[in-house]
Design a protein around this ligand. Structure first.
Ligand code: AP5
Length: 214
């Protein structure tokens, strides 16, 4: 029997990095709404055209768009372990997810909260690099590529995400504290929340995640 796992936390907390590791380790299906949206922007789809402006500005994509994106990416929640990274991000989204899951007799099983101070977020996002081809994520400080500016996995030139500019980082943090942080009490009240200290080094965060995620 699979389960539905959510990674919750501020931008740059390491959700995507740890989700990739968790997927490789467990075979879980990793759905990052941010990755799906970035692909849609790259492909120039209708969703991508709507989403691009919100994403660059660090704002949330509208509810109806993000629900379409999620339910298209995961038409059936009952197969295997599903790891949701970047969704839900508002109480409204969490309620829509609960509603959809309850129709199938399912529920969110566990929510791992990545806790990290804002100043660490700013440092991490200012030194993040991304491969536009295969999506691999690097960090000039903590996880640099072997060859400067080049993806280890596919050899493509690395780029900075457009929303990793200072104004956008500030807005994303504001959106997190205004709209996403209320999910902490939402899931705590339901007995699903597992906080971990995401400000530690990658190996330590992995070890903590391993302990709590079974
Ligand atoms: P999304 O892509 O989900 O961005 P995010 O949540 O802001 O998270 P990030 O991807 O920036 O950070 P992360 O926590 O994954 O950190 P990472 O592992 O890369 O969303 C982007 C946009 O899409 C949103 O702003 C919004 O517009 C839209 N969107 C997406 N979902 C939506 C939704 N549900 N509703 C509405 N709109 C939505 O790590 C960061 C850096 O730190 C990397 O360089 C990494 O190498 C490094 N690092 C990671 N862990 C460590 C560590 N322990 N120590 C040192 N360095 C580390």
């Amino acid at each position: 029997m699979g389960e539905i796992l959510v990674f919750l936390g501020p931008p740059g907390a390491g959700k995507g990095t740890l989700a990739s590791w968790y997927r490789e380790k467990t075979g879980a299906r990793h759905i990052s709404t941010g990755d799906v949206l970035r692909q849609a922007v790259k492909d120039g789809t209708e969703v991508g055209k709507v989403a691009a402006g919100y994403m660059d500005a660090g704002k949330l994509v509208p509810l109806e768009v993000i629900l379409d994106v999620l339910f298209e990416a995961v038409p059936n929640f009952s197969e295997g372990t599903i790891l949701l990274d970047g969704f839900p991000r508002t109480v409204e989204q969490a309620e829509a997810l609960d509603q959809r899951l309850s129709e199938k007799g399912l529920e969110v099983n566990r929510v791992v909260l990545f806790e990290i101070p804002d100043e660490d977020v700013v440092k991490r996002l200012s030194s993040r690099l991304l491969c536009p081809e295969c999506g691999a994520v690097y960090n000039l400080e903590s996880a640099p590529p072997k060859q400067e500016g080049v993806c280890d996995a596919c050899g493509e030139s690395l780029i900075r995400r457009r929303d990793d500019e200072p104004d956008s980082i500030r807005e994303r943090l504001k959106v997190y504290w205004d709209s996403t942080a209320p999910l902490v009490s939402y899931y705590k009240e339901r007995g699903k929340l597992i906080p971990i200290d995401a400000s530690k080094g990658i190996q330590e965060v992995r070890a903590e995640l391993e302990k709590v995620s079974g």
